[in-house]
Design a protein around this ligand. Structure first.
Ligand code: NAP
Ligand code: 8YV
Length: 312
């Protein structure tokens, strides 16, 4: 029997691509590169392999009459029109849990980096500034107040780590968690008013677009720090640029941006900002586990078995 044909819609990690190429006939981003060629293969496409940042919209789905499933390499699937897929009976899978610890680690790392100014201190030593005088004092993290916007799998793993730093922990979600010992606030603005560090770890998409706006940043205040490991869309980026460059907040540490891989010049120039290139899950170990799970979902579907991790 011939191998199923799938469309890869993002530049995927080479090890994952190799596994896909062994098991399927892979069309790598053909829809973006060659419209004529895509028109000839589109009717045969039975699966999509996407990344967490991929766009799979209704217009693309409409061109794929034989599509049976979409597998996302990532826990976030905000770029996929899940409603349009569901209307066609096309299930979507993602890679929850296997990256939780990794993303939580980077969230804590970013919080420490911006508070203790670790990248700035590194530059200070490299640039030969140390002999001219000491590095300015920084902000203590242990015992400080942490607010988590989104207490899901990753938010909880961040809270577990923060507890070991003796931080007092509070959170906001749409639904209060009865199983959580942490103080609940009904909005990001109310939470921001009560904390030193505001950690954003919700899904992206329409439901959270601009959730961290100018009002939330004003509530966080001139001694407060924002950390975003969720999606760039969750933060009103122009409001954030204004906040970090005018002292509305003390600083920010960001792994995600509104228009990746483009980062505004104002953020790149700001000394009170730490920037990483959407790398929270980016270790050999975790990307390997994500690839295995994303692949296993495709394999299960085409073997007629139940999907491992369908999105809710
Ligand atoms: P999860 O378990 O589904 O948790 C999501 C949390 O966000 C839940 O507590 C949810 O609670 C809350 N939430 C959703 N909408 C909200 C809103 N409007 N206001 C406040 N809270 C809201 O997901 P997860 O596994 O922790 O992953 C979270 C997200 O992290 C992913 O969707 C992805 O976007 C991001 N992520 C980023 C990276 C990276 O590389 N930087 C890596 C992995 C994941 P309620 O439903 O009660 O509101
Ligand atoms: C990945 C992510 O960087 O899981 C997510 O939602 O954003 C990240 O783990 C991404 O999916 C890989 O391209």
């Amino acid at each position: 029997m011939s191998k199923p044909e799938i469309l890869v819609v993002a530049k995927l990690w080479p090890r994952y691509m190799e596994a896909l190429q062994d098991a399927f006939i892979v069309h790598d981003r053909t829809h973006l590169q060659d419209a004529e060629q895509f028109a000839t293969i589109a009717p045969r496409i039975r699966g999509i392999a996407a990344s967490g940042e991929s766009r799979v919209d209704a217009a693309l789905l409409a061109q794929l009459p034989a599509l049976e499933m979409i597998s996302v390499f990532g826990v976030g699937y905000d770029g996929v029109d899940v409603a349009a897929a569901r209307a066609r009976g096309v299930p979507v899978t993602n890679t929850p849990d296997v990256l939780t610890e990794e993303v939580a680690d980077l969230g804590i790392g970013l919080m420490l980096s911006i508070a203790r100014r670790i990248p700035q201190a590194d530059r200070f030593v490299r640039e030969g500034a140390w002999p001219k005088g000491p590095f300015p004092l920084t902000r203590k993290v242990s015992g400080a107040r942490l607010g988590i916007v989104g207490l899901g799998r990753i938010g909880q793993a961040i809270a577990d780590r923060a507890a070991a730093f003796g931080m007092s922990i509070a959170y906001t979600t749409r639904n209060r968690r009865d199983d959580s010992p942490y103080a609940y606030h009904p909005s990001a603005e109310a939470l921001a008013r009560e904390v030193d560090f505001l950690m954003v770890i919700t899904p992206g998409g329409a439901g959270t677009r601009g959730l961290i706006d100018a009002k939330v940043l004003a509530a966080l205040g001139p001694k407060g720090y924002l950390i975003n490991v969720a999606r760039g869309s969750v933060v009103d980026q122009p409001a954030l640029v204004h906040a970090v460059t005018t002292g509305v907040i003390a600083g920010a540490a960001l792994d995600v941006f509104a228009d990746e891989p483009n980062v505004p010049d104002e953020l790149r120039a700001a000394d009170n900002v730490v920037l990483t290139p959407h790398m929270a899950s980016g270790t050999w170990e975790t990307r390997g586990a994500m690839a295995d799970l994303a692949f296993a979902n495709l394999q299960a579907h085409f073997a007629g078995k139940p999907l491992l991790t369908p999105v809710p």
